[in-house]
Design a protein around this ligand. Structure first.
Ligand SMILES: NC(=O)c1ccc[n+]([C@@H]2O[C@H](COP(=O)([O-])OP(=O)(O)OC[C@H]3O[C@@H](n4cnc5c(N)ncnc54)[C@H](O)[C@@H]3O)[C@@H](O)[C@H]2O)c1
Length: 275
């Protein structure tokens, strides 16, 4: 069996130049720190100046942060030019910046639709294209993005968000075909993750009710999503491309059935009324 050369250790991430969008908070922040711990040179791209400054001050292993609103094409172009100066190239992009708004479909105004799709889909496209152009020229690279289980099945009150995340997943699959064999492209699809985004939208009661429906009984931590990004960027995943990889504590395993709760240990079918 032939094996591609491993560029140093099992993960081979030492010295890799990595950009994480939305790297000032939640999943992006945890991901930036995980790559830095693996020896990568990491720049975070975010629009939140205060949180970004704090992130870099608290973690000097991060190279820098650059400011951009990913939904604004010119800002993304300027940010990537700045990253060129800081890192001299890009080996890995994690296109993760996103926003979530919870609204009934009938109430969504065009401005809200544009805001959510602008950040979550346009923003991913702008960053992927900037990174991919550089990677094609360099002859190698890994593109990763944050999808969601919301991009795979319907969830009420998130029509714009879900449509954008479904778009992100199909971007990953399409680019994996167009950019192979030079660039690997994968989407990570988290289920429920306890981040500032989730805490803004869910009351304690909603969090507890959600936990009861997740087979592993709890939300993911941001670090548990970060670990998957690190794996997918690494040499250990060198044959993985075009995938939407789900990390959801089993939420999707039962399809629709899993939404009605999990089976309590020791219970019998007669104890479960909601199947
Ligand atoms: N938290 C969850 O349960 C969950 C589940 C599935 C997918 N996701 C996805 O994970 C990603 C990260 O979410 P999170 O939960 O860590 O959220 P978060 O709010 O904790 O962090 C999001 C980060 O993105 C930045 N950001 C937002 N809009 C931006 C823009 N226009 N330009 C640049 N930066 C911007 C924010 O400043 C923030 O630092 C998002 O794409 C989200 O949709 C989250």
């Amino acid at each position: 069996m032939t094996q591609q050369p491993d560029s140093g250790g099992f993960f081979g991430l030492a010295g890799k130049r990595v950009i994480v969008t939305g790297g000032a908070s939640g999943i992006g922040h945890a991901t930036a720190l995980r790559f830095a711990a693996a020896g990568s040179r990491v720049v975070i791209l975010d629009r939140d100046e205060k949180a970004s400054r704090k992130a870099v001050e608290e973690s000097p292993e991060l190279v820098a942060w650059v400011r951009a609103d990913v939904s604004q094409h010119e800002q993304v172009q300027a940010a990537f030019a700045e990253v060129d100066r800081l890192l001299g190239g890009i080996d890995v992009l994690v296109a993760n910046a996103g926003i979530s708004e919870r609204s009934r479909f009938l109430d969504i105004q065009p401005t809200e639709w544009r805001r959510v799709v602008g950040v979550n889909l346009d923003g991913v496209f702008f960053c992927l294209q900037e990174a991919a152009r550089r990677m094609v020229q360099a002859g190698a690279g890994v593109l990763l993005m944050t999808g969601s289980t919301n991009g795979l099945i319907g969830h009420p009150y998130y029509a714009h968000y879900n449509a954008a995340k479904a778009g992100v997943i199909l971007l990953a699959k399409t680019l994996a075909l167009e950019l192979a064999p030079t660039i690997r492209v994968n989407a990570v699809c988290p289920g429920y993750v306890l981040t500032p985004m989730q805490k803004r939208e869910y009351s304690e009661e909603m969090l507890a009710a959600t936990n009861r429906r997740i087979p592993l009984g709890r939300h993911a931590t941001p670090e548990e999503i970060a670990d998957l990004f690190v794996f997918l960027a690494s040499d250990a995943a060198r044959y993985v491309t075009g995938q939407a990889v789900i990390v959801d504590g089993g939420e999707m395993a039962g399809g629709v059935a899993s939404r009605f709760g999990t089976v309590a240990a020791g219970s019998t079918p007669a104890d479960e009324s909601d199947g």
